[in-house]
Design a protein around this ligand. Structure first.
Ligand SMILES: NC(=O)c1ccc[n+]([C@@H]2O[C@H](COP(=O)([O-])OP(=O)(O)OC[C@H]3O[C@@H](n4cnc5c(N)ncnc54)[C@H](O)[C@@H]3O)[C@@H](O)[C@H]2O)c1
Length: 439
């Protein structure tokens, strides 16, 4: 069993402290507010949270949980510290790091006089880069020691929800953490071993980003459901029933489908239907700002790709794929066709490889309704093979992936500039003349 000091006796800290203690770890909770420390030591919960009072009372009674104002003593008496202090918004909306900075200084000074290894594990919500740019430098400056060598550092975001905090602690849905050093990784693996989720080990920045992504996604879900509910009500419908039915589809609607960063959505349905829903809301005098933002963000993603191409200064582009997704010849509202049109309008020479659209052309099956209406002279721009595209283009712009194209494109990217909207190879990241749109 581990000895853990928990900094911050707020919602996250007190739940963590009580649950760690219940699991048999020896926990010292630390706060700057004397009342909170006193309440813990009296076996009482300083917050209202289902089941927490009983947990704290039992842990204090059994001697596994205590609280103190003495941060230095707490660090010296434990092998790791969980930092759970608040990170409230600054005036401009940026993350407030005042409490985190204070605690890093306090723990760092305690580490200066501690001879045994100690891990500092931040659990507060902090934007990517905070560990490396703020926490670690402060800990090193205050301790005079090297992070990852003389003391351990980890970032382990908390996902609990108030009101179900204890249940969430034991089944968080997602466990992700990063650490600078193996002892801290080992400790976090040990601390999460009995929880019913995979423990994802990542770098510090990724762990920081996942926490914000999780909360932003939760917020978007609430807002989406509310917007649908408002429109449904205006149509005389039960929005909760509509959302319940939608959520019954675990194949596409509530799944990882469409949750992979990359290029814009398009095709014959999504753009027109979002537009129609927005117009319906307007006609019913219901605000639907999310629908408007979705269309604007999609438009911005096309512009982002266009800028990535024009920023290279190239005048010759080989576009891989022009239908709205691989596996179809459908060009209706294809964001790739829109992207090609913008590049052509800016004077770039754009050639296209798309095996499905080529088949449609060969069959003369690209008539109105399914065809291209934005790219001038599309037929003349089509090349028959991926190799022909590679050989005649200065920059390759990968919009769709095709089985016969992946190998030649992977070889070509070694010495040919590429803008990739699909992620041609798993894990590849922007580097030199290879640029991925979201990686
Ligand atoms: N509340 C939630 O549901 C929740 C869930 C997941 C993550 N988080 C994140 O966890 C962090 C903590 O949130 P919270 O709601 O528990 O905050 P909180 O405001 O309830 O508690 C923070 C505690 O830290 C104490 N503190 C401040 N400076 C201190 C210091 N130098 N030493 C020791 N204690 C100090 C405060 O006195 C307070 O008791 C935030 O970053 C938050 O975004 C919160």
């Amino acid at each position: 069993m581990a000895k853990i000091s928990v900094f911050g006796i707020g919602y996250v800290g007190v739940v963590s402290a009580a649950c760690l203690a219940q699991d048999g770890h020896r926990v010292v909770a630390v706060d700057v507010v004397a009342d909170r420390v006193a309440m813990i030591n009296a076996g009482q919960s300083p917050i209202v949270e289902n089941g927490l009072g009983a947990l704290i009372a039992a842990a204090v009674e059994s001697g596994t949980l205590s609280a103190t104002l003495d941060a230095q003593a707490a660090v010296h008496a434990t092998e790791a510290s969980y930092v759970c202090v608040g990170t409230p918004s600054n005036r401009d909306g940026s993350v407030g790091l005042g409490y985190i900075s204070d605690v890093c200084g306090i723990i760092g000074r305690a580490l200066a006089t501690k001879s045994t290894f100690h891990s500092v594990i931040i659990r507060s919500t902090i934007v990517p880069g905070t560990m490396e740019d703020v926490c670690i430098p402060l800990l090193e400056a205050a301790s005079g020691k090297k992070a990852g060598v003389d003391f351990g550092v980890g970032y382990y975001p908390e996902f609990l929800r108030e009101s179900t905090a204890i249940a969430d602690y034991y089944d968080p849905g997602l466990i992700v953490f990063g650490a600078l050093d193996q002892p801290t990784f080992d400790l976090l693996i040990l601390m999460t071993l009995d929880l019913p989720c995979v423990a994802h080990q990542v770098d510090l920045r990724t762990a920081e980003m996942v926490k914000y992504t999780s909360n932003a996604w939760r917020a978007v879900k609430v807002t989406f459901a509310n917007e649908i509910g408002n429109i449904a009500k205006a149509c005389g419908l039960d929005g909760q029933l509509v959302m319940r039915l939608l959520c019954g589809d675990k194949k596409v609607n509530l799944s990882a489908h469409f949750m992979r960063p990359g290029f814009a959505f398009g095709g014959s349905c999504l753009p027109k239907d979002v537009r129609a829903l927005r117009q319906l809301a307007q006609a019913k005098d219901v605000a639907a700002p999310l629908m408007g933002a979705v269309l604007q963000a999609n438009e911005d993603q096309i512009e982002r790709a266009a800028k990535m191409v024009t920023d290279t200064g190239t005048t010759s582009v080989g576009l891989v794929g022009i239908s709205f997704k691989a596996g179809t010849d459908d060009l209706r509202e294809s964001p790739l066709a829109e992207l090609a049109a913008r590049l052509i309008a800016q004077g770039l020479d754009v050639q296209v490889y798309d095996p499905n659209v080529s088949i449609a052309h060969a069959l003369d099956a690209d008539a109105a309704g399914r065809g291209n209406d934005v790219v001038p002279d599309l037929r003349a721009r089509m090349v028959p093979t991926i190799q022909a595209l590679i050989d005649t283009s200065a920059l390759l712009l990968v919009g769709n992936t095709y089985a016969d194209a992946t190998g030649p494109l992977s070889r070509a990217m070694q010495d040919q500039p590429m803008v990739d909207l699909t992620r041609l190879q798993a894990g590849i990241v922007s580097n030199g003349t290879y640029q991925g749109i979201c990686w």
